[in-house]
Ligand binder design. Sequence first.
Ligand code: NAD
Length: 486
Amino acid sequence: MTTTKVKTVKNWIDGAWVEASTADTEVVPNPATGEAIAYVPLSGERDVEQAVASAKRAYETWKTVPVPERTRYMFAYLEQLKKNREQLAQLITLENGKTIKDARGEVQRGIECVELATSTPTMMMGDALPDIASGIDGSIWRYPLGVVAGITPFNFPMMVPLWMFPLAIAAGNTFVLKTSERTPLLAEQLVSLMHEVGLPRGVLNLVNGGKAVVNGLLNHPDVEAISFVGSEPVARYVYETGTANGKRVQALAGAKNHAVVLADCELDKTVQGVIGAAFASSGERCMACSVVAVVEEVADAFIEKLTAETKKLTVGNGKNDEHFVGPLIRQSHKDKVVKYIEQGVEQGAELLVDGRNATSEEAGYYLGATLFDHVTPEMTIWQEELFAPVLSIVRVRDLEEAIALTNRSRFANGAVIYTSSGKAAQHFRNAIDAGMVGINVNVPAPMAFFSFAGNKASFFGDLGTNGRDGIQFYTRKKVVTERWFN
Ligand code: NAD
């Protein structure tokens, strides 16, 4: 691994790039090659302290900047992001490993979040009703919260931070961002581009690091609210600690997303849909399909086609357009997934396509698309989030069994049905636990003007990200009842 000329990223605090106060760093490898592309500082409490203090100072002025003016920064930011679209996508591929096609898709979804933030004046409006009693008017007003923190995962290094800070800032809050220590370069770019549009100092701060930074934010009395996206155990911890400390918290967590395939589906489209949902971005998506419940009547035909198509998927460096499956984020993650595959075999599932055999000329963390048949809910591969290109097939009698089985999962993020029956689709929509439901739609990730969140162990909190939930999360309301005598 070459370590020459590899920079250590800095924190962005109070309008300047500054070195972290600690000497600890972690290497950031390109997952496609294993080569070091950066070092990330593991910042400490002092860095958090400085960032929050800066955000707190900035808030006193920022909250008084008229909302259309705050929003204009988002219009300018939008242009910056669009202008740098391709460089951002390439950076995502470099540090996250997802293919350039998937990275371009992520850039677009991120841009859409900033588009949402440009509608803040409308979204932030309250309500009013005159004459609620004789001579008395009632109204609701929305105000920002203060200093808000965002803690984000590695798998969407652009989109997930953009779920948070544009809307929070446009609503009048100031922000401290703690992105994944595994993908610090994209965060650096997001902040730099914001700096270029002239956002006043202290309104957006970036502190690199891991657990110590998260704990610093969770325990800081001046942090009013925390937006978190990441794995289930950490989401639970962040929610419990943050709320115990009196903060408003939204914590979007892990997932195990199910698809249900009925006999009357469009078979070829369903196979292609499931392939994309399960194996794109190497399955490292909170909305990735990881279990298919297929009814017996169509199971053999579906599985035969799915197996043939899965075997065609090429694995390799995501910067080359021809590859469908890029590397996993780290060798340690690949090792964990390989163990899950071994467990699947030991527990009696039938391994139809074995991604462990995938080869690449480069020394990245590659795992090919993997397909299991005859999986049951008792198996670990059915229960746990693998976060990898591993798909489990469960054979079911009918729709009722598919729904009952899917609802046994402790997760409930996304769920999809493939059918040509309106009645079946309607029943599925009503009976399934998932927070985001797809009907003949492969990945039912909502557009930014809708809210985004799962149910059960996939989400801790009340208000999701984006859409109306997002603006409600980042504002507190006052209900005013008023009477005037002169
Ligand atoms: P992760 O939980 O390991 O890390 C998320 C954040 O938490 C990072 O910033 C990390 O530094 C911090 N963190 C990690 N361990 C911590 C600890 N012990 N204490 C305090 N902070 C800690 O998640 P990840 O591996 O980066 O991302 C993948 C996970 O995120 C998957 O489970 C995926 O489903 C989930 N995710 C969920 C959604 C959603 O909308 N529900 C979206 C994207 C990703």
